[in-house]
Design a protein. Sequence first.
Length: 83
Amino acid sequence: MNDDQNKDHLTREQYRQQSAQQTNYDSQPDSEGEDEPTRSRMQATGPLTPEQKQKRLAHRLNIAIIVLVILIVLVYLILRFVG
């Protein structure tokens, strides 16, 4: 319970440091990529990999297609019953 109370009063920077430390304990990086756990956590707000960009674009295109289909159906219904 005391741990939970301490987590409620952490600043964002303290929380990020604590999370980074937990990530470092969970997975030990290779000798060539010491900052790998930090880099993987920064990808949510930092630069995206090509795979992440492709997935994001595919998601946006799917949404655009769904919106266009709905709009086409709405226009068809309006023209059918109004005209």
